[in-house]
Design a protein around this ligand. Structure first.
Ligand code: ARG
Length: 458
């Protein structure tokens, strides 16, 4: 394709290091779509004849059918998907194929293809995340009043509801979707027609190709267009942050599924057994989601480091932009699907959760709050009195509300009978009705908003 000024072809190492076809063949659909848009524009603008433009478009359709049926052939001497397709086009339609590359370069071509690919990846991530949100909302609704211990430092802190806990992840995913939507908005400008770096002297119509490919408008600066990979980084950083959320949720499942916790029975479909210990049911899918987040974050870092220090415009380093994005997209898709399946299929052991909340002195703050509210005790002092009550209950191995009124009054005479109503885990969660709090009615109000936002109906 470029042999004119060379006396010899590339050596074996050059061919191997140069070849991106092993991975960029994943762009074939985008490459064909962009080439068809370009050919139609060249025809419409009279830069190539209408017959040639038609022949090119038909040839590209044939190639698409071939790729679909047999895959993309990998010939390293053709370097990449762009040359592979162009050479096949030449074989199919003859010299007219050589007109397709008028007013275009592989630099704007790959930038366009890759943007189209990332745009699809964003749409796929969004659809998967929406399904995960729906699953979270369904299970949260079911468990809006199911009591579990809430933790800080992974120590029992205050009772919360499982619905509240699940809706926390709904919020994280909501922000992830908004990051992906942002990325999509910025990405959606078309670099095609920027040519190698400086634009072209041919009278092309960039609005036409931009529109044909579903972009909002053509990009504004040809140098930037062929050397910008912010759109891929926007995607990767959004994916990385999303993967952190998936990993945290996965970690909750790993902890909850452990025998000492016993808060959840994992769906069989997302667990594995041990080849030596027959009793084992391992949360491998959750652990792999946790693991995959490391690779997704690594992909974001990888592309950042690739781009750092590249002068304008295109440099071949940028060919290395694709593997991290492809890897991250595959891992993210799997991770989202695994977590949606886990949320949908988990059996929550609400009996165990409730028991853990009751045994963990989770309502100690409620005793302190009662002293503040009913007996006018300053909070710091109430905190101290409550600490003494917890110490006594702990020394006897009982729950707070199992202490007699006489026991409590021996610690502080201002404690009255009414305190028992505040000490139950139900009373504790019901009391936390501040906006965004864990009170079941409050959780249900947030669930109703989420259902609305997801178009789930009442
Ligand atoms: N395979 C190349 C890439 O992915 C296409 C662009 C080649 N451009 C060039 N000037 N050699 O980046």
């Amino acid at each position: 394709m470029w042999g004119g000024r060379f006396a010899e072809g590339p050596g074996a190492i050059m061919r191997e290091i140069n070849a991106s076809i092993p991975f960029d063949k994943a762009l074939w659909r985008q490459d064909i779509a962009a080439s068809k848009a370009h050919a139609a524009m060249l025809g419409a603008c009279g830069i190539v004849s209408a017959e040639d433009a038609k022949a090119i478009e038909r040839g590209l359709d044939t190639i698409a059918t071939e790729y679909e049926a047999d895959g993309v052939p990998e010939d390293w001497s053709l370097e990449d998907i762009h040359m592979t397709t162009e050479s096949r086009l030449a074989a199919l339609i003859g010299p007219a194929a050589g007109r397709l590359h008028t007013a275009r370069s592989r630099n704007d071509q790959v930038a366009t293809d890759f943007r189209l690919w990332v745009r699809d990846a964003i749409d796929q991530a969004d659809a998967g995340l929406k399904a995960l949100q729906r699953a979270l909302v369904m299970r949260a609704d079911e468990h809006a009043a199911s009591i579990m211990p809430g933790f800080t430092h992974l120590q029992t802190a205050q009772p919360v509801t499982l619905g509240h806990h699940l809706m926390a992840y709904y919020e994280m995913i909501r922000r992830d979707r908004s990051r992906f939507a942002d990325a999509r908005g910025r990405l959606n400008e078309c670099p095609l027609g920027s040519a190698a770096l400086a634009g072209t002297g041919f009278p092309i119509d960039r609005e036409m190709t931009a529109q044909a490919l579903g972009f909002r408008r053509p990009t504004a600066n040809s140098l930037d267009s062929v050397s910008d990979r912010d759109f891929a980084l926007d995607y990767l950083t959004a994916a990385a942050q999303c993967s952190l959320h998936l990993s945290r949720l996965a970690e909750e499942f790993v902890i909850w599924a452990s025998q000492p916790f016993g808060f959840v029975r994992m769906p069989d479909s997302l667990s594995t057994g041990s080849s030596i210990m027959p009793q084992k049911k391992n949360p491998d899918a959750a652990e792999l989601v946790r693991g995959h987040s490391g690779r997704i974050v690594g992909a974001a870092v990888s592309l950042m480091v690739t781009m750092k220090g590249l002068p304008l415009a295109y440099s071949k380093d940028m060919q290395d932009d694709k593997p991290p994005v492809f890897e991250a997209a595959a891992l993210l898709g799997l991770s989202i699907a695994a977590m949606a399946g886990m949320v949908e299929g988990a059996t929550f052991r609400t009996d165990r959760m409730r028991q853990a909340a009751e045994l963990g002195y989770a309502t100690a703050t409620d005793l302190a709050d009662w002293l503040v509210r009913e007996a006018g005790v300053p909070f710091r002092e109430a905190h101290h009195i409550t600490g003494a009550a917890v110490k006594l209950a702990e020394s006897r191995g009982v729950a707070l509300e199992a202490l007699s009124l006489a026991d409590l009054q021996a610690i502080d005479g201002r404690i009255g009978e009414g305190v028992y109503r505040a000490l139950s885990v139900e009373a504790s969660v019901a009391a936390r009705a501040s906006h965004g709090g864990t009170a079941p009615d409050e959780v249900r109000a947030r669930i109703a908003e989420a259902r609305e936002a997801l178009g789930m109906g009442g």
